[in-house]
Design a protein around this ligand. Structure first.
Ligand SMILES: Cc1cc2nc3c(=O)[nH]c(=O)nc-3n(C[C@H](O)[C@H](O)[C@H](O)COP(=O)(O)OP(=O)(O)OC[C@H]3O[C@@H](n4cnc5c(N)ncnc54)[C@H](O)[C@@H]3O)c2cc1C
Length: 338
């Protein structure tokens, strides 16, 4: 393991905000987590301790007075395979899109709709990343963790991971550090084309291979989302809010085109589009100082040039306040604000 003191946060967040942390530890085996815990308990590494990946869903609003742990556990290992599926164990430090690329090369179906999502594989399991009708929980078999409170290793079957929309047990229990994720992928041809833009493009182009579907997903993403190497962001800043159906019905009377996604019963809660609500408040393409609302997608807040984390957070609060004033709907951030 390598320990850096008074380390810059700049390489560790895709918003591109500057700041420092008291200590940063890079480790590449799960055994090292025992040693790290030891150092924390002896006070040789400052608390609090936070695990990070590529920082593509974190906003630092100031210095981090504690220890950041950055996982570089590597490896993609086939554990088992049958005529129809394959079980693959992946190190938490593997770049998520590198793994998706390997799946496509090997003819493993299930991860392709999640192409090009930034971040590491461990974080993907924490966040339950999702895109184009697929969530990563759909292909996870189990998640292995080191419990920083108990000092022991634990493996959670997917049903024990508490998965929900961008939510998991690991988000709630910060002591659980993900070290490996095991995926169950299909070796039989099957695509998830439930997302209409993906379906339309696949039909129009006669897409019939994993690599073609991956190409389409990447193309759609590049047309809508900023490239973080030139424009800092963390993707969607807010979650899509879930509201009571009665509120949705009353909003629909005033705004007949408001999008809402509910279950088929027609009685349960309805998920609204946070991007639509923000756009209706007139924020799309607008800015506050050096922070802005992305011109192509109102759900994305961007660092226009040298913004501080606090400036970005201030803009997000203003946007959420306006949405609440206009629609009576509270937006909660998807991004971890520190
Ligand atoms: C341009 C852009 C587009 C995006 N598009 C999408 C999208 O389509 N869908 C989507 O779901 N997300 C999307 N995101 C958000 C982001 O990519 C995901 O949330 C991603 O999984 C974060 O990975 P990371 O490695 O950067 O994690 P970080 O941002 O570093 O951390 C995220 C969270 O995971 C925790 N964590 C990290 N590693 C571990 C570990 N090993 N053990 C325990 N906890 C850990 C952190 O403490 C933090 O709470 C996008 C982001 C950007 C910048």
């Amino acid at each position: 393991m390598k320990i850096y003191r008074n380390c810059s946060l700049l390489p560790y967040n895709t918003f591109g905000v500057d700041g420092r942390c008291s200590a940063l530890v890079e480790y590449d085996t799960e055994q090292e987590l025992c040693d790290i815990l030891n150092l924390v308990q002896k006070g040789e590494l400052p608390s609090p301790v936070l695990q990070i990946g590529q920082g593509s869903n974190i906003l630092f609003t100031g210095d981090f007075e504690g220890t950041l742990l950055h996982c570089s556990i590597s490896g993609i290992q086939v554990l088992d395979s049958s005529d129809t599926e394959v079980l693959v164990k992946v190190g938490a430090g593997v770049v998520w899109d590198d793994f998706v690329s390997q799946c496509v090369e090997n003819g493993w179906y299930g991860a392709e709709n999640l192409s090009l999502i930034p971040g590491l594989t461990g974080s993907a399991a924490v966040q339950n990343i999702g895109a184009y009708g697929t969530e990563v929980k759909d292909i996870i078999a189990s998640v292995r963790c080191f419990d920083m409170r108990e000092g022991l290793y634990r493996t959670f079957d997917v049903n024990e991971c508490g998965y929900g929309y961008r939510d998991s047990l690991f988000k709630k229990c910060r002591d659980l550090t993900v070290t490996f994720v095991t995926f169950r992928l299909s070796t039989e041809k099957s695509f998830n084309l439930s997302y209409s833009a993906l379906q339309q493009a696949a039909l129009a182009e006669g897409a019939d291979s994993l690599s073609h579907i991956r190409d389409i997903v990447c193309r759609i993403r590049r047309s809508k989302l900023p490239d973080v190497s030139t424009l800092g962001s963390a993707g969607s800043f807010f979650k899509n809010p879930l509201v009571e159906r009665s509120l949705f019905e009353s909003l629909k009377q005033k705004w007949p085109d408001i999008p809402g996604f509910g279950d088929n019963s027609g009685t349960g809660p309805v998920k609204l589009s946070a991007g639509w609500l923000i756009e209706k408040c007139g924020w799309k393409g607008k800015s506050l100082g050096r922070a802005g609302v992305y011109e192509k997608q109102a759900l994305v807040i961007v660092n226009l040039s040298g913004a501080t984390g606090e400036e970005i957070a201030a803009l997000s609060r203003l946007v959420a306040d306006d949405v609440f004033k206009k629609f009576g709907v509270s937006l909660s951030p998807e991004v971890l604000i520190l």
